[in-house]
Structures are given as structure tokens and as C-alpha cells.
Design a protein around this ligand. Sequence first.
Ligand code: ZN
Length: 251
Amino acid sequence: MPPWQTPAIILSVKAYGEADLLVTFLTPAQGRVTGMAKHALKSRRRFANCLEPLNRVTLFLSPRRGELEFLQKGELLDSFPTLRRDLKRLGAAAVLAELAGLVATPPEALGEIFQTMEEVLRLLDRRAADPDSLLPEFLLRFLTLGGYGPRLAACLGCGREPEGPVYFSIPRGGIFCTSCRDQAAGPVLALTPGTWKSLRLAQSLALDKLSRLRLPDFQRQESLALLRAFLRHHLGRDLKAWAFYEKVISS
Ligand SMILES: [Zn+2]
């Protein structure tokens, strides 16, 4: 590949050896990419204030040698300073950025995943919403864009739209109605009809409308419990950022 440049959101930065940094970032065309920033710790000018997690930047990369990308320089576009000063906002952004990086694989969804992450960071930085009120709908959006969306439209047993309580089978990744509940492989989480309807809505809304959707407190807690269990089942672990988020949100 010739030299190239890309908009990017920095996901993580690790020291490598004496002076180099290994940087993982989200891009709209290639998804999650890892690159080496040689001598970045010694010559800070090429990456002035750029290589901090969650920054929105433009990165300039060299022609590729082997598997690894090499970062030549970066330009900071937005560091989301308000978000950064508030641990709860930072926690929510870290959880969503980690998931966005993990699911950024289907080529047709990469642009939208990037755009959705930019929107989340803007919303959290503008203080447009409580940090925890954004989390369920955007976790669901990233899962859906990445091809892991839970099946919420109809009962996986009978195909009908359930009335009354809904039962979500974590391993099947979808819902069952009261009559078909016995067919649902466990663990199964019960959802109130209101939460189910809100999640269905969140799955189908366009991004600008999703940004304005706010779940009532009870629905938010129910949704987060479900999405966290669903993620844990499919990843085999919690998102790493979840422990940080839990600590700051309860403080
Ligand atoms: Zn059914």
C-alpha cells in the first residue's frame, strides 16, 4: 500500500521498547488497525497531543512493510475535553469504544461503526445526556452493526410477536414468548414488555434519532444486565473497560 492517511479514533496506546508506541485505532475504511509509532516518546512533535485514547485524529501512515502499519505523524481534530474531565463519561466512552473496536469487521459496516463512535463521543462531550443513559442503545447498535445483533422482533419458537413478558435466551441470542419459554436454552433473562419495545426501537432507529432516545432508569438497568450477559457469553469474558465503568458510575 502507498503512503496513506485516514481519520481515526484512538482506541489504545502501549509503550513498546524504549521510545516506540503501539497504537490501536478505529478507522472508517479498515476497521480496527494497529500501527507502530517509532520514536513517538522521544520526538513528540510528530504526534503532538495526538496519541491519547478516544482522541479523534488524522493519521498519516507509511507504505506497509509486512503486517504492521507505521505511523508517520498525526494531527489532532478533537480531544473531547469535557468528556475527559468526567470519569463517568470517560467510563461509558471506554466501554463503547472497546466494543466498537471488537465488532469492526464486516466491510459494509465499518463506515457506520466509525460514524456511530464519533457521534457517541460528541454526545458525551456535549453533556447532551447522562453517560449511563446512552450506554444500552449504543451497545446494542454496535452489536447489530457488527452482525451480532440480538433477535428481538419475534419469538424464536413460534415466530409470533410476544404479548406480555418476553424471555431472552442468552445462548440463542433472541426472544421467546410465554408459551414457548420452555424451548429457550438457558440462561434466560426475563424482560418487561416496555424494555423489550425500547430495545427493538433502538435497533431500528436512524443514528440521529437514536441519539435522542433515552431509556427510563428501570429499562436501562434491565437492558444493561441483558447486554452485559449477552456480551460475556459471546466474548467469553466481560469487556475490559466494564470494571472501570462500574467503579466510576457507582462512586
Ligand atoms: Zn412463541
